[in-house]
Design a binder for this molecule. Structure first.
Ligand SMILES: CC(C)(COP(=O)(O)OP(=O)(O)OC[C@H]1O[C@@H](n2cnc3c(N)ncnc32)[C@H](O)[C@@H]1OP(=O)(O)O)[C@@H](O)C(=O)NCCC(=O)NCCSC(=O)C[C@@H](O)CCCCCCCCCCCCC(=O)O
Length: 663
């Protein structure tokens, strides 16, 4: 509000003062403007509206120049689009990211950008919200000059040089918005956007707003933009997406149950990293590290795997370099078939097969080969980090770095600390994650950590639903309509049914050829095992007949409630156990690692929106129907939150208060 008031007052003064011949608008401390303060959006917005004063800028009879350094995003770029000229530093980033916050650019962005750069380019920028470099902005035509020198000085010089020149062609509101074949263009774009949006409403609304720029005169288009913004502004999706924006920043401020924190733990500098194992995960991790400028020693002891791995890594690095127009990072990777090659690195990431005996042995070897202060990290997806640490001479230097496939693409990294992990080890792994572009979340050590632990009840419910009569397609469709890119069964097919099978075997749950539906004292569905044993796909019908199970019709409401609420229930247990520091950590893990639709804010945020009492009631209902399924038993924390009046998510920590941490 204060900034808006400042802009209004200063612009009015500058425009009306006859001594002022031209005007430059700049930001402070090298940053033009990041747009609206979205913290204001949840409250009553005070202060003056901007659009009228923006129009006063455009209609001024003296040149107004935007000097863009750092960022011009959202309302910041919209302000610049009302200026007559835009002078931009080469390092600046520009964009209209409102769509990522569940909104649309409502200070004229949807009406002005298409007039300036054409409808197709504006559709791309506004519906994706992507940031562009100054060079791309120049190419697209929405900045006038890109410079490397002092931007404000250059803008002042320029503003003085154009005093007295006609400004008619510089007023974007007066430009036409031509769009040949508009119907076909918008139909095609709408289809594409709907597909990509997976139920998100903002991208579709952005398209409608841009369509108004083509079909309506400017003033009416601006009116339509406001109306469409009003439909988004208070939507649940906007709240969810803005929660995600802040949560992404909250998780970087990690803490451990011991009290160690991000701001008191200094990471160790890391320049040289070893990756052990060149399977799918090891290859992706190697690529991610090399692309971030680190030297990598990639070790693979099996010759065929080494040849295939080396080729795959080089191909990925070459392709990425071509795509980005930079030189390839292939030279940063050195390959070896000997473990001794890791002797001089500062950090090792083990990415061998998910087998505890193999990993134990490897950690023992690494502990004797590496320098005394080398950090040893395991890319395990579920195994006990503390047990691995106990194989080494410095257990405090062992942490988990759980990557998600494909590791060079997926944004999530779970950094797993055991009870003995040193704060510096966690800080170093978190910092490395940040450096390679990951959203890193620090979590405690337990079976499956946060993400996979919550996935267990979810996947069991999906199978139980098939036992009871749902087809895999019905389950997947409900989950995909909710917004997951893939339902449980499609995801299992893609990641390989044998992955979970191997884990269940190691847990002693698999009994080849046996059909018993109770294992280790609880309900169990052996369908997945049978599929793997027989290599068959049309299994459920025959299986139900043999088990004497009577099919019933299952609707998508039940699919969602059973799969999602059991996953959420496990999330509450994780919070209770102190394995995750807060609901934001769980939510970011699900959004960035498991395809949870961002516009639903993550599972814990979703629970808060559905209503904790409703989630509790549903769990109680299903638990009564399925008393042999322990994960449907509502967690203590969920009950406690409901009996505390279901506080908003940012106040859950007050109810959790003393996490009785297992760590
Ligand atoms: C700006 C960045 C690029 C900076 O990145 P950097 O890495 O340097 O720093 P951080 O990301 O760590 O951020 C530092 C710090 O700042 C906080 N922060 C950043 N951006 C914002 C923001 N926009 N609002 C609030 N706070 C912000 C961040 O959280 C960090 O603090 P923390 O304590 O968490 O560490 C980068 O931050 C970035 O990309 N930011 C987001 C930029 C963005 O998305 N901008 C768009 C904002 S939305 C907008 O601009 C809307 C406009 O179109 C204006 C529309 C006009 C509104 C009119 C309202 C009409 C209402 C009609 C409805 C009527 C309803 C009815 O009828 O009822």
């Amino acid at each position: 509000a204060a900034v808006r008031q400042g802009i209004v007052d200063t612009v009015q003064k500058a425009v009306s003062d006859p001594q002022v011949k031209s005007v430059v608008i700049c930001g402070q401390n090298g940053i033009f403007c990041g747009g609206a303060d979205i913290k204001e959006f949840g409250k009553d917005i005070s202060g003056p509206p901007l659009v009228p004063v923006f129009h006063a800028i455009e209609s001024a009879d003296k040149p107004v120049v935007a000097a863009i350094e750092g960022s011009a995003l959202g309302g910041g770029l919209e302000l610049a689009l009302f200026c007559h000229y835009r002078i931009t530093h080469s390092k600046a980033r520009l964009g209209l990211p409102e769509v990522t916050l569940g909104l649309l650019p409502a200070a004229g962005g949807t009406q002005r950008l298409p007039r300036l750069i054409g409808v197709p380019a504006a559709l791309d920028l506004i519906t994706t919200g992507r940031h562009v470099t100054a060079a791309e902005a120049l190419k697209l035509g929405f900045v006038d000059q890109v410079i490397d020198q002092n931007t404000v000085e250059a803008a002042v010089k320029f503003a003085l040089s154009v005093v007295g020149q006609s400004l008619e062609s510089r007023r974007i509101s007066t430009l036409p918005c031509p769009c040949p074949d508009a119907d076909a263009l918008f139909e095609g774009v709408m289809q594409k956007v709907r597909q990509r949006a997976r139920g998100a409403i903002a991208p579709v609304t952005c398209v409608q707003a841009i369509q108004a720029a083509v079909t309506l005169p400017y003033a009416q288009g601006m009116q339509r933009e406001q109306e469409l913004m009003a439909t988004l502004f208070t939507s649940a999706q906007a709240r969810a997406l803005q929660y995600c924006f802040f949560s992404q920043r909250v998780v970087s401020r990690w803490s451990m149950p011991s009290g160690a924190r991000w701001d008191t733990s200094k990471p160790k500098p890391v320049t040289k990293v070893a990756v052990i194992g060149l399977g799918t995960m090891g290859r992706g991790i190697t690529v991610a590290l090399a692309q971030a400028g680190l030297s990598v020693v990639a070790v693979e002891t099996e010759q065929q795997q080494m040849i295939a791995g080396q080729r795959a890594v080089s191909d990925m690095l070459e392709r990425a370099a071509q795509r980005r127009g930079v030189s390839s990072a292939v030279y940063r990777v050195r390959y070896s078939m000997k473990l001794e090659a890791v002797a001089d690195v500062q950090l090792v990431i083990e990415a061998v097969f998910e087998d505890m005996v193999l990993k134990e042995q490897l950690f023992k070897q690494l502990s004797s080969i590496c320098k005394a202060d080398t950090l040893l990290c395991s890319n395990t997806s579920a195994l006990d980090i503390d047990h691995l640490a106990s194989q080494t001479r410095s257990p405090q230097l062992v942490v988990g770095m759980h990557f998600f496939a494909p590791a060079h693409v997926m944004k999530l990294l779970e950094v797993v600390h055991g009870p003995r992990s040193a704060p510096q080890a966690v800080a170093t792994a978190m910092e490395l994650g940040k450096r390679i572009g990951k959203v890193s979340v620090a979590v405690g050590n337990c079976r499956g950590f946060v993400g996979n632990r919550m996935l267990m009840p979810y996947s069991q419910e999906a199978l139980f639903l098939v036992e009871e009569g749902a087809s895999p397609e019905v389950v997947d469709r409900a989950l995909e309509e909710f917004g997951f890119p893939m339902g449980f069964f499609r995801m299992s097919d893609l990641s390989g049914l044998d992955v979970g099978w191997r884990v269940r075997k190691a847990d002693g749950l698999v009994k080849p050829g046996q059909m018993s539906r109770v294992r280790q004292g609880r309900r169990y569905c052996p369908l997945g095992d049978l599929l793997c044993e027989q290599g068959r796909f049309e299994l459920p019908r025959g299986y139900r007949a043999r088990q004497g199970l009577v099919s019933r019709r299952i609707d998508s409401k039940e699919v969602l409630e059973r799969c999602l609420y059991s996953l959420i229930n496990e999330g509450f247990r994780i919070l209770e156990d102190g394995i995750a520091a807060g609901p934001e950590d769980i939510d970011m893990i699900y959004v960035f690692g498991y395809g949870w639709p961002r516009h639903r804010g993550g599972p814990m945020f979703y629970a808060s929106q559905v209503g904790l009492d409703r989630v509790l009631q549903a769990l109680e209902h299903y638990q009564q129907l399925h008393p042999d399924v322990p994960h449907l038993q509502p967690s203590r924390l969920l009950r406690k939150l409901v009996s505390s009046g279901s506080p908003p998510i940012h106040r859950w920590k007050e109810v959790i208060k003393k996490p009785h941490s297992a760590l």
